[in-house]
Write a protein that binds this ligand. Sequence first.
Ligand code: SF4
Length: 313
Amino acid sequence: MKTEKLLVFIGPACNNNCIFCSVSDRRKNELDRSTEDIKKEILLGKEKGFKKIEFIGGEPTIRRDICELVFFAKNNGFEKISITTNGRMLSYEKFCNDLIKSGLNAICFSLNATNNEINKKINKSEVALKQTLKGMDNLKKFEKVHLSVNTIVQKLNYKSLNEISKLISSFGIKEWYIANLVPDGAAKHNYLDILVRLKEIKPIINNLLKDIEDFESINVFDFPLCIFNKEIFSNKKINIYSLNYSSVVTQIGGQSKKRLTYKTGKQTIRDIYKIKTEKCMECILKEKCGGLWKDYFKLWGDEELIPFSESFL
Ligand code: SF4
């Protein structure tokens, strides 16, 4: 059985307006994909042997056909069917029941703050955090539904990652995705205001990761590998994702530009958002690591990178 997950982008529409959204520009001239288009992609994924599927956006739960799509995936043999969501629609219990009855068995909530003051600066909504937390509360009673949380690290929340971890744990959620900002869409427009310097996040994230007792797994995305302390790489509960350093997802359609370029097989050679600097050329992990965001490099150069030497192995 194929263990990789098929990511299905359903379109850019959303009921939030986050300052870090990487697809916000696509909302101006792109409608959400049609039901038929998405069903075709589900069938293509089935042909390719995928058993895990995740609907991403935008916001999958604001589509009128989301239950139909989930049911279609279930009927076509997908065993793990998930959505990544801001969770606001999941504050409605009936909607939660409908989704689960259709076959949804995993949900990844986006959670970027623990208090409303910060949250409304991030997604411009007075009520979003309350709704997300209600959604998490509604879902925790479904024992067979796997819950996880996704947090985008940015200036407004990086100092409170520890508090976010406690809030997640209070719902009994055991899996956490921590991702670096992708400088596209709103995140690109706001980059200088919302990015966190590597030297600032490095001690915080290493401290956080060394003490993860409350979680079964923490997945960290898109940071240069050299910000992590050596012991983080050997912690079996922590998965670090960057270019060829672990890969668990595939996206067939729905991308405005192809982010990753592959050589033969699954060897990834390029991420269009990133650059390998001269320092990276000395690093033994240069084939595995994505490197530095181009936008970051333009602003701050590569002085914070510390190439790995042979002694890392
Ligand atoms: S030096 Fe470059 S290639 Fe090596 S871990 Fe850092 S960013 Fe990645």
